[in-house]
Write a protein that binds this ligand. Sequence first.
Ligand code: EPS
Length: 387
Amino acid sequence: LRYLTAGETHGPQLTAIIEGLPSNLHLDFEALNYELARRQKGYGRGRRMQIEKDIASIVGGVRHGYTTGAPVAVVVENNDWTHWRNIMNIEPVEGTDEEKRRVHRPRPGHADLNGGLKYNLKDLRNVLERSSARETAVRVAVGAIAKQFLSHFGIKIGGQVKRIGEIEAPPHQLSLDELIEITEQSSVRVADKATEQKMEEYIDRIKKEGDSIGGIVECIVEGVPVGLGSHVQYDRKLDGRIAQAVMSINAFKGVEIGIGFEAGTLPGSQVHDEIMYSEERGYYRASNRLGGFEGGMTNGMPLVVRGVMKPIPTLYKPLQSIDIDTKEPFTAQVERSDACAVPAASVVLEHVVAWEVAKAFLEKFGGDSIEEVERNYKGYLAQLEAY
Ligand code: EPS
């Protein structure tokens, strides 16, 4: 299972091609677009989200609602493109730098300067357009298909915002279903109303100061069987692959599994999860501090993955940089941006994790049709039961 994406933030569309999905998987298009809408919500987003209404069109690999086994092609159009037709034209266009919106002032914290130097591009827009987090729209579409595949096997994914800047969400005892339902009603994807209020006020303050703010998001996956991933080779450790996927989300600077970095502050007796057994559950752990992973393999407990997003680097508050034409210092110009995209990032996290779990699932139970995958999965469950 693999996918690639293409497309620019102000180009006509974002495109993804997914290869390796089994045939006969039913796709619910409404559920797919529901996930795209979830990504667009969240307190602190900028004006661009009023322009976009993300819809995924499937333009290959699906017929009459079912996958055919052929590559699945997904397109998400950019409504904003109508304002950028000339600037983003693939044909040569006449006009001044200004008319072409040439970027020669790299923004600190963005890919602009590194990309310009590396690809030898004197118009940094060529970097900016692709490095934009707009690309996560199509990655969510891909992840939403992975989610539907996983849901076929009883695997469920949810998430929440744990922190925005100074404001931390308190712990709770909600089930995953309750968490999914309650956070969906929240403008900042937290379960606690008082925290939501505090976070909104905090984002308002940050925005007023011309600044931006990041945070910490968490994703939980339930129903994952023991044994996805493997201890035998570095690139088969599923926690490692999930870490890569999380770090690949725009603006993410760190990842944790289970208690994560806290594991470096506690003695082993307070970190490891004791092994239990019962007739109905089989083997399980008394706690889940390791977040569902031991030895790079799932252990049957829920997966708990957290990521930290840095503040979006497009600021109204100027930071110093250097003009690539004059080599003179300047302070960055005002740009349209989101003050906070942490709630949206929480949705993106769910989807990149869903993808990695689906990929590992198909590696283990792989088949060309969903029926073949089902047979393989059932055979494995019987093996576990007899163990
Ligand atoms: C982004 C900048 C903003 C965001 C965009 C990501 O877009 P613009 O430059 O057009 O104002 O709104 O996010 C999306 C469009 C999206 O769908 O999430 C950036 O530079 O990363």
